[in-house]
Design a protein around this ligand. Structure first.
Ligand SMILES: O=P(O)(O)OC[C@H]1O[C@H](O[C@H]2O[C@H](CO)[C@@H](O)[C@H](O)[C@H]2O)[C@H](O)[C@@H](O)[C@@H]1O
Length: 260
């Protein structure tokens, strides 16, 4: 693989680099039950190494930040920040900060459960600051998702929420924040000199756009699967490929440091 310019900048000046990572489908393999998702077995060690070498690692996820910390075994990664709920929440050094829960969620919760109980194979994931409707476990996940799209959009509009679509999921969440806004703010906060963002789903496209708009040397990494295809500077084979790439970045930085 040719080394993209953004990656070269990260290797030349790792202290100025921000590494942004999505959770599901990027750090954690996709599984049928959202509550069973866990980070790839190589993840904790790779992130711990890389965290000690770069400016900062930020996990930017649609999950609640505390869930990503738990499912990702992330608590021990040096300097790691988790921006949960697409950036609404922030977890850092064991402390969680979050805004009040959007009032529309109480209404949606009850009505969504009623709606989903009429659809075979669909399920609700309640994340407190958002609710997600999953169809991966339906007999026909795509047809089930399509059948739910309109009633879910109607419920969201009535409650003043936005619909975030993803891999066999429709999420109802507060508007005004996305992974691009979250990543851009984090790059400014850390006075980043380069950036990498890795993701696998529609919600990650805003972060890819933020990398391109940042004016920094940057690299986008798509954690590839058969489910969707997205243009990126580097395409790897799912979470195992992400681990390999992050490990090779850590190797290259360590080689360079050892070589003086
Ligand atoms: O931003 P992310 O970290 O990628 O989170 C996005 C959504 O991911 C989860 O759902 C996805 O992963 C599940 C577990 O592998 C899978 O069953 C589901 O089909 C995927 O859509 C999570 O459950 C959602 O809450 C996140 O918003």
């Amino acid at each position: 693989m040719n080394t993209p310019d953004g990656l070269r900048a990260i290797l030349e000046d790792p202290a100025g680099a921000v590494i942004g990572l999505d959770f599901d489908g990027t750090l954690s393999p996709i599984v049928p039950d959202p509550a069973s998702a866990r980070i790839h077995p190589d993840g904790p060690a790779v992130l711990a190494r890389l965290g000690g070498l770069v400016g900062a690692i930020a996990v930017i996820t649609g999950r609640p930040a505390a869930t990503a910390v738990e499912y990702g075994s992330l608590a021990g990664v040096p300097g790691l920040v988790v921006l949960g709920h697409y950036g609404l929440e922030r977890w850092e050094a064991g402390t969680l900060t979050a805004p009040p829960v959007h009032p529309g969620l109480a209404r949606v919760r009850a009505e969504l459960s009623r709606l989903v109980s009429t659809v075979d194979g669909a399920s609700v994931e309640d994340k407190e600051r958002a609710v997600a409707v999953h169809t991966r476990r339906a007999a026909d996940p795509q047809a089930t998702l399509e059948a739910l799209r309109e009633p879910v959009a109607k419920l969201a509009a009535e409650a003043g929420l936005t619909v975030e679509p993803g891999k066999f999921v429709l999420e109802l969440r507060p508007s005004g924040m996305d992974k691009g806004v979250a990543l851009s703010a984090f790059l400014r906060e850390r006075a980043a000199r380069s950036v990498l963002f890795a993701g696998d789903d529609l919600g990650d496209l805003a972060a890819f756009a933020a990398v391109r708009a940042s004016g920094l040397p940057g690299v986008t990494v798509f954690s590839g699967s058969a489910e969707i295809s997205v243009e990126a500077d580097i395409v790897v084979d799912g979470p195992a490929g992400v681990m390999e790439l992050l490990g090779s970045i850590a190797d290259a930085i360590e080689r360079q440091t050892a070589g003086g």
